[in-house]
Design a protein around this ligand. Structure first.
Ligand SMILES: Nc1nc2c(ncn2[C@@H]2O[C@H](COP(=O)(O)OP(=O)(O)OP(=O)(O)O)[C@@H](O)[C@H]2O)c(=O)[nH]1
Ligand SMILES: [Mg+2]
Length: 441
């Protein structure tokens, strides 16, 4: 159903800026262009125009780009005005657009919503686009591009097509078994492919953890006894003075986190309160929060400035890897043996910090040789994939119940895949049947 409203908004970033891009989409786009910029420019080519008020007063001059629908981002008539990025300039142009009949300011995400509803993008591509806009690391960019560029959707659609094809074969066997053109026992090859498909989906689901690390970052928690040098290490890695450092044991109470980019990955580093028994109410709450954060860590850096006092208590879950870090090695009142810790560092002299970064790098996923980051990036995708896999499994194990029950589960699997992209398959099975065989000759 076409939208009646025409929407506009500033699509580029914070003002002031060298250039600002104002986007318009909807049926009254051409009217808005002619009102503000004179005769309609040639489609899809940048044209320099003066932008004027209804009284002919110039507001600015800039490039006008007109994209007639359906070959546009939203699928509707669209226009981009590239103007000078001053606050007053943009404000005046938006005011002028507000005065054109049928135009209103766009709501958040409304251009993309129209693109989805007009079939220009599917849900995975929309989500990928949102991720691409907020991507901060190289891996986040690559993952988002895989989704926004349609690579992921093509994979899911390919799987959905295989399911449809399998159902068509089964329907053929059920309905036209006595016809000569239907190869006998079609099912054997179908079930082989369905078993293979289930394996592919399961393998794909297995990549979800990696996608989570890329999207949300590897959670590294700095833990240890009070005064071990945890906050000093956070500041050293963040290269700024984020956390308070004092010689008083029990300085840090709240969880302090900083985001780092390490070898293209996002890393979230957490500084925590030193772990010890205490009656002090605020510190006790800090320690409770520290334990909670440690419980959700992907990796713990366990710090101590004394080999005899490495805290290895119950706070760290068994499956979480630990790097033991000896701190303040510049001091000569403590002597360390190589077996006492994994890394030896001093934030005062900077010694060992590079070793620690290298060690952290080895905990990042190894993507060597991976050219595409084809993996489910959201819980929503994983849920649908699990449903598809479970339905496939039910279909494969329902041999005794008959072909029609098996085919029904394949339909359920296909619908689950369709929900990921938002395009539930409504293909006519018979189309497939007739194109594969010449039944009905
Ligand atoms: N000599 C030396 N002193 C250090 C080093 N790193 C930290 N310190 C000192 O150790 C003391 C404690 O440092 P913090 O970083 O506050 O220790 P913390 O583990 O965060 O302490 P809490 O927050 O109380 O748990 C401060 O006086 C720091 O200046 C180092 O590499 N060498
Ligand atoms: Mg601290």
């Amino acid at each position: 159903m076409p939208f009646t409203d025409t929407i506009y908004a500033l699509s580029s970033g914070a003002l002031p800026a060298g250039v600002a891009v104002i986007r318009i989409s909807g049926p009254a786009t051409t009217e808005a262009i002619t009102r503000l910029c004179g005769p309609l420019p040639r489609a899809r080519s940048a044209t320099l125009r003066t932008i004027r008020t209804r009284n002919g007063e110039p507001l600015d001059s800039g490039l006008v780009l007109y994209f007639p629908g359906p070959a546009s981002f939203t699928g509707e008539d669209c226009c981009e005005l590239q103007v000078h990025g001053g606050r007053a300039v943009v404000h005046a142009i938006l005011e002028e657009l507000a005065g054109v009949d049928g135009l209103r300011h766009a709501e958040a995400g409304e251009f993309s919503r129209r693109a989805f509803q007009n079939g220009k993008m599917d849900l995975v591509e929309v989500e990928g686009l949102a991720d691409l806009i907020v991507a901060e690391t190289e891996m986040q960019r690559r993952l988002a591009l895989e989704h926004s560029g349609g690579g992921q959707s093509a994979l899911y659609e390919g799987w959905a097509r295989r399911l449809t094809h399998a159902r068509a074969m089964i329907e053929a066997e059920l309905d036209f078994a006595d016809e000569d053109d239907v190869p006998g026992s079609v099912s054997a090859s179908v079930w082989k492919d369905m078993a293979k498909l289930r394996g592919e989906i399961e393998e794909h689901i297995g990549q979800a953890g990696l996608a989570e690390i890329i999207r949300d970052g590897l959670k590294i928690v700095i833990a240890g006894e009070p005064n071990a040098g945890k906050s000093s290490l956070l500041n050293a890695l963040a290269k700024r003075d984020v956390a308070i450092v004092t010689e008083i044991a029990g300085t840090t109470r709240d969880i302090i986190s900083v985001d780092l980019s390490l070898a293209g990955f996002s890393v979230k580093l957490f500084d925590t309160a030193g772990l010890r028994e205490t009656d002090e109410v605020v510190e006790r709450e800090g320690i409770r929060r520290a334990r909670e954060t440690i419980g959700r860590a992907d990796l713990v850096l366990l710090l101590s400035d004394n080999p005899a006092r490495f805290f290895t208590g119950e706070a760290i879950p068994e499956n979480v890897p630990i790097i033991k870090v000896a701190t303040k090695i510049d001091r000569d009142d403590v002597s360390w043996l190589p077996s006492d810790a994994d890394i030896f560092l001093s934030t005062k002299t900077g010694a060992g910090v590079a070793d620690l970064l290298e060690a952290l790098g080895s905990y990042l996923p190894d993507l060597a040789g991976k050219t595409s980051l084809s993996m489910p990036s959201r819980k929503r995708h994983v849920d649908c994939l699990r449903q598809a896999s479970a339905a496939l499994e039910r279909s494969l194990s329902a041999e005794a119940l008959g072909l029609d029950i098996q085919a029904e589960q394949l339909r359920v699997a296909g619908d689950a895949l369709g929900r990921i992209t938002g395009r539930v398959d409504v293909e006519n099975l018979l189309d497939v049947i007739f194109s594969e065989f010449c039944i009905g000759k």
